[in-house]
Design a protein around this ligand. Sequence first.
Ligand code: 6PG
Length: 476
Amino acid sequence: ASAQIGVTGLAVMGANLARNLAHHGYTVAVHNRSIEKTDKLLDEHGDEGSFVRAETMEELVAALEKPRRVLIMVKAGEPTDAVIDSLVPLMESGDVIIDGGNARFTDTIRREADLKEKGLNFVGAGVSGGEEGALNGPSIMPGGSTEAYESLGPMLEKISAQVDGTPCCVHIGPDGAGHFVKMVHNGIEYADMQLIGEAYHLLRTGLGKSPAEVAEVFTSWNTGELESYLVEITAQVLAQVDHTTGEPMVDVIKDAAEQKGTGRWTVQSALDLGVPVSGIAEAVFARALSGHTEQRAAVQGMSGGSTSWSVEDAERFTEDVRQALYASKVVAYAQGFDQIAAGSAEHDWDVDLGDMAMIWRGGCIIRATFLDRIKEAYDADERPVSLIVAPFFAEVVEQAQDSWRRVVVTATQAGIPIPGFASALSYYDALRAERLPAALTQGLRDFFGAHTYERVDAEGDFHTLWGEDGRPEVQA
Ligand code: 6PG
């Protein structure tokens, strides 16, 4: 028994995490359901560090020093349960099982409780950063008990991305907290990508730019406030040419976006928590809409805004789109952080929002320079009720105002769909409004269902005899 950690599931994420651990001096026992993958990893990368080849789960567990740590990197859902079931009889009290997949946080809560009864520690850890991150330093969001983190934390912190000497890994909170936070991270990722897509669509259509030219715009944006991994790789994706046709790659790819589920889960959870994550929801729905090819084909011939439009002042328009993107992004992050706060309160996780911003500064897909500012905002003595009112971001959003509105108006007139930009702006305007038509909603509910309402000028629940003399009755 000489390995400090075992990894089972050697698809690209598992294999790369195993290599990352080995690069940091750990002896890593590696296992896969089919031995071919294990041997491939060892053939290609066995000389990068110290590995132990395990042909069976028994061999994997036997190779580990105690308390044992096994990282599971298999598909979320049933495959994960199957691996846990085969591990449990082989492990003993105090050992740690880590699930580094994109598990649903409610599954993680269930698994953690089950294993606790058996004396085992279960850590649901969100891992972000794709293949490259897994190999060179991901952002890691581990949940589970404090005891488990004590045994595991130093290792995870070592292999995670580092920003200014700080690891992009922190103990998020008990049981499902880590996977919950990873889920919301992905929700924000969806929103971010949708907004980037809208910006690209507008620049391309409004300015008649080629994808390669739009790529240049993104490259220049990446030197400023919008600096982020997604903006950077947007430029690369847009600049890519298809080898077969010579066309821009983005024109060869089918425009139907897929999803594996984390974005949808984020919105489902937000609905349960009552948190309006409208930007994330629009992004999930936009992907769904893009896949409804039959409906799209049927509606395609119908009339819309001006089919050909051109922008007079290209420089101003580009700047307007940049501002709209920035402000809408702030809204998406604000909504995501609200959801983390609400989930944390609901489950007593005590998640530190400033820490979340901190560990997302590097390694993960939504890493962005402005996360430093988000961290500052949530680390302030008084936590802002919304990121939008934190001084730095209040200024960003207010400064973007005119541009943001012009973009929404222009796009709408031109018939370009901008669900992300428009809903973010409406969200802001709704929070800003002194009075909302929710009063009318309450009146209607009371009219047809005697659901009662509250008054602005008196305490209690009221019901009105609508259409009669109108006098309200106070409910007991
Ligand atoms: C990450 C990514 C990663 C993965 C998503 C993509 O943080 O590294 O989010 O987890 O790429 O599963 O999700 P969709 O397939 O749903 O777009």
